[in-house]
Design a protein around this ligand. Structure first.
Ligand code: CP3
Length: 340
């Protein structure tokens, strides 16, 4: 039995004594403690593959920031690697793939990943569950198939993901073939995470915002829906499709419990469009550069607008590395002490 199950109960649509909160990218460079642990690994990938270190930085924000959930420390790019497309994490630049997907042969060469290919994540989840000792729920995650596809084609981050979009327009059938393989791998991976102890799952569609609505429905939402069908009977699932405010009504029709929102949509509009789903979000991370008075006012406004039910407080995207951890703690405290 979890001692603090607020996030989990809110995700199931149950009433909670107060609004629960966790933060995207809460385990990361805003914490000196994270940087200290990270320096014990040779590089980012070795760090991700080390269950003891991953466990340590997963629990740090629970201790330091007082959040109501932990999210397992890993990366969405472990899936391309498990399928046969290795990546590097370049300092100050982000992910980089030596090989990218260009044609049918490349796609045929990829494996469908299973949980054994990602044993280190399973071990990190088991160890974290053990060390968390039921204090808060543990969130597992994966990238949404479209976002993973985008990195596999593009080979790195991009403002436009125009190569990946070019592939959608010029090779729709091959695009579906690749998305199928990613989806199957992701379902195997997430089932493994649940078996290892993840209490709930979040799908990150970080690049949903570069797609036109019809493309999003065909190449992204369809596959997220398949993942929800497979995972939602096991644990609650959150779909976070960044900048896809145009699609909230359609997202609310798939079998997810919670819809993650970025800051570009106001809570009342999201409520109207989301068919009674639990909502999560959506403070602008840049709010945390403001002084405490502004943070308090804006946070109260957000909480009042979402209301006490069917809501998990969070940011609208991950914390930026240069945000002051004291401001983050203050934001968390504002939410935890708020009374309706
Ligand atoms: O949220 C958490 O605290 C859990 C850990 C987590 C990481 N990545 C660790 C990480 C999660 C949930 C992710 C997801 C992820 N990774 C996404 C989806 C969420 C989003 O931000 O939209 C994406 C697109 C990636 C791919 C990725 N990983 C990029 C583009 C980068 C470089 C830019 C950046 O944010 O630093 C990473 C690196 C990464 N993943 C870091 C961390 C803590 C920073 C690495 C470091 O220590 O220097």
């Amino acid at each position: 039995m979890l001692k603090n199950d607020l996030v989990l109960r809110a995700a199931r649509g149950e009433k909670t004594e107060r609004i629960p909160v966790w933060l995207m990218r809460q385990a990361g460079r805003i914490l000196p403690e994270y940087r200290a642990t990270r320096s014990r690994a040779k590089n980012f990938i070795e760090f991700v593959k080390n269950p003891e270190l991953a466990c340590e930085v997963t629990i740090q924000p629970v201790d330091i920031l007082g959040v109501d959930a932990a999210i397992i420390f890993s990366d969405i790019l472990v899936i391309p690697e498990a399928m046969g497309l290795p990546y590097q994490m370049l300092e100050a630049k982000g992910p980089w793939f030596e090989n990218t997907i260009k044609n049918k042969i490349d796609i045929d060469t990829l494996r469908i990943a299973n949980e054994n290919d990602l044993r280190y994540v399973m071990d990190a989840i088991k160890l974290t569950k053990q060390n968390l000792n039921n204090r808060v729920p543990l969130i597992g995650f994966a990238g949404a198939p479209w976002t993973i596809f985008a990195y596999m084609i593009e080979g790195s981050g991009s403002k436009t993901f125009s190569k990946a979009k070019q592939f959608l327009y010029t090779e729709p059938q091959l695009s579906h073939l690749l998305l199928e393989k990613i989806t199957e791998s992701t379902i195997n991976y997430l089932k493994g995470q649940v078996k290892s102890g993840a209490d709930m799952i979040q799908l990150f569609d970080s690049w949903a915002g570069v797609l036109a609505p019809d493309q999003f429905y065909e190449f992204s939402l369809k596959y997220m829906s398949r993942i929800c069908d497979a995972i939602q009977p096991l644990v609650p699932v959150t779909v976070f499709a960044k900048d896809a405010h145009y699609a909230i009504e359609e997202i609310s029709k798939i079998k997810c419990n919670t819809i993650g929102l970025d800051w570009t949509i106001d809570p009342s509009t999201a409520r109207k469009l989301s068919n009674g789903k639990v909502l999560q979000g959506n403070a602008d991370p840049c709010l945390l550069y403001a002084d405490e008075k502004v943070i308090l006012t804006e946070t109260k406004k957000m909480l009042a607008a979402f209301g006490p039910l069917n809501y998990i407080a969070n940011l609208g995207h991950g914390l930026y590395p240069d945000i002051d951890k004291e401001k983050v703690k203050f934001f968390v405290e504002c939410i935890k002490s708020y009374k309706f």
